[in-house]
Design a protein around this ligand. Structure first.
Ligand SMILES: C[S@@+](CC[C@H](N)C(=O)[O-])C[C@H]1O[C@@H](n2cnc3c(N)ncnc32)[C@H](O)[C@@H]1O
Length: 223
């Protein structure tokens, strides 16, 4: 599949409001495990840590993180998602073109709308952590390797909380795609110490189609 066709897939999902991945509340696994990262601000102790959410959609996890006092950066293909996100936060964004992406900003929040591969570390700025929920699992196998390499460079291998699904890929074509522990290691073990913080069975199975497990990984940068 060509890359622009993959983008079209997601644009259509947002246009048709087929967003079954969008949760009605903050993700319980984020709430349970985020403190494990024990974040210290990179720049100054007086400034709150900045958390990057790749492929963020309009997740309510952003409202939860803001309420905990974190600053937010995100990247998302769909402007529909981000217009909705700012409405849900009751914020009016300033919107500017920045290179090949569009920058939506308000106090403590920067979202880059466009292809994540067009977001550079200069555009993004410093981040203290990455929270990947339904980003790695949203991407087909050929793109995942490029994505993880880009994410490592983009964030200067910031600590990461990664949530992903594992199930029998022959029973469902994806997305979301199944990501095994071996695959997480292939992508990240050269740069991170990997800890599996927890694994939970998905209630009712993946989209009601097959049994699935949700895994939470803590990626701690190697010195
Ligand atoms: C499965 S959704 C997850 C959204 C969000 N993380 C959540 O938990 O609700 C994947 C998101 O990735 C976005 N996306 C897909 N490819 C992208 C790309 N190349 N660059 C930026 N965003 C992308 C889609 O538009 C979609 O909103």
């Amino acid at each position: 599949m060509r890359k622009d066709m993959k983008h079209e897939f997601w644009h259509q999902k947002w246009e048709k409001n087929e967003i079954g991945f969008h949760l009605a509340d903050a993700n319980p696994l984020l709430v349970k495990h985020f403190s494990t990262l024990n974040l210290k601000p990179e720049s100054s102790p007086k400034i709150s840590p900045r958390v990057f959410l790749p492929l963020c959609g309009k997740t309510l996890d952003i409202a939860w993180l803001l309420a905990q006092g974190y600053r937010i950066a995100g990247a998302e293909l769909s402007s529909i998602a981000i217009e909705d996100l700012f409405k849900s936060l009751n914020l009016t964004p300033t919107i500017k073109t920045l290179g090949e992406v569009t920058h939506y900003s308000a106090p403590n929040i920067d979202i880059f709308v466009g292809d994540i591969f067009k977001v550079s570390s200069t555009i993004l700025g410093a981040v203290d952590a990455v929270y990947d929920r339904a980003a790695l699992v949203a991407l087909p196998v050929d793109i995942r390797k490029l994505y993880t390499a880009h994410l490592i460079t983009l964030t200067h291998h910031a600590p990461q909380l990664l949530i992903c699904f594992e199930y029998d890929q022959s029973l469902h074509a994806g997305p979301p795609f199944s990501i095994s522990a071996d695959e997480v290691k292939q992508h990240y073990q050269a740069n991170y110490d990997l800890t599996l913080l927890g694994s939970t069975a998905v209630a009712g199975g993946l989209k009601g189609l097959c049994p699935a497990t949700e895994h939470v990984w803590w990626l701690k940068p190697l010195k």
